[in-house]
Design a protein around this ligand. Structure first.
Ligand SMILES: [Mg+2]
Length: 324
């Protein structure tokens, strides 16, 4: 089954098949390592095809490499599944894993398969970034602009029953922003990828940097599919603000570097928008029309945003959510 995976790549001296892999670190670069696990019933359910599961498990790790400005090199994969799992389900997971790995140029150099109570996939991904150019969460300064890639909230709306295919796809097959992360390494002052929700992850970045963040709700880029679906929700912005799993990048950029950042994003064909700014202080303020907006708490995997109901409607009236 390992044959369907990309086993070779830069720096791979010895890949899958021995007790451990032999890997040569690139000269002049530092290694960037991350691990993430997806578990059936927690991170995915029956709406995911086996290939979706494999794709997403790799993509969420690659997104963390992207947030550090790294290029992907090597991955180690630990797969567990219950004894009664059909072989074609496992093959499907591996096929999705292989597709995402090939698309983004990472070699799978080792793995382990075991029995487990539920299907789970734990991936360790290693990348590299030139010394001194890694993006971290902690470099934002008061006066910096807050930039965001792509669009927000599609993945959360993709969890709703009957979600449009464009939204469901963003939930099941996220695109790690590797090219943008690398293009902005050494230019942006700080970065984070949005896994837990725009406001929550922005909060992590602000806290690590010792500054406050101001997010202007009207500036958050939304897809056409998002706008169509969210019009029927009690709070049309909550999926974009708190939904999670967008795997977009948030970046802090000095105002003078904005033209260079925009040019870099154009080169890698990735949308990049100004969403707000960083200031002295702490915490995140979301403003709409210059007025503060209350934001619901963060993200829970597999929990879609609440459909409109009487209580949700009351809440929305009180909060006076801005129209899209
Ligand atoms: Mg992350």
């Amino acid at each position: 089954m390992a044959r369907i995976l990309p086993l070779r790549g830069e720096g791979v001296v010895l890949s899958v098949g021995d007790d451990a892999a032999l890997l040569r670190p690139p000269a002049g670069e530092v290694l960037v390592a991350t691990v993430d696990e997806v578990v059936e019933g927690v991170h995915f359910d029956a709406r995911f095809t086996p290939a979706d599961i494999g794709w997403k498990a790799m993509a969420v790790n690659l997104s963390d490499l992207a947030a550090m400005g790294a290029r992907p090199l090597w991955a180690l994969v630990a797969l567990a599944f219950p004894g009664e799992t059909p072989a074609r389900r496992i093959l499907g997971v591996m096929t999705g894993l292989a597709a995402c790995s090939r698309r983004h140029g990472i070699a799978v150099v080792g793995g382990n398969v075991s029995r487990g109570p539920a299907l789970s996939l734990a991936i360790t991904a290693v990348g590299a970034v030139p010394e001194g150019r890694a993006l971290t969460r902690s470099g934002a300064r008061a006066g910096d602009l807050l930039l965001g890639s792509g669009v927000f909230g599609d993945a959360a709306l993709g969890m709703l029953r009957g979600a449009a295919p464009a939204l469901a796809r963003r939930q099941r097959r996220p695109t790690p922003r590797l090219l943008l992360g690398r293009a902005l390494a050494g230019l942006a002052r700080a970065a984070i990828d949005v896994s837990d929700g725009l406001v929550q992850d922005l909060g992590h970045m602000a806290a690590a940097s010792g500054v406050s963040a101001v997010l202007e709700a009207e500036r958050i880029p939304l897809s056409p599919a998002y706008r169509r679906r969210a019009r029927r929700l009690a709070d049309p912005l909550s999926a974009a603000l708190s939904g999670g799993e967008d795997y977009e990048l948030l970046l802090a950029v000095a105002p003078g570097d904005l033209p260079a950042a925009r040019a870099a994003a154009r080169r890698v064909r990735t949308p990049l928008a100004v969403l707000g700014r960083f200031e002295e202080g702490s915490g995140v303020r979301v403003v709409a029309g210059g007025r503060p907006l209350e934001v619901p708490p963060g993200h829970d995997h597999l929990r879609a945003p609440a459909p409109p109901g009487p209580s949700a409607r009351r809440r929305a009236t009180r909060r006076a959510a801005p129209p899209l």
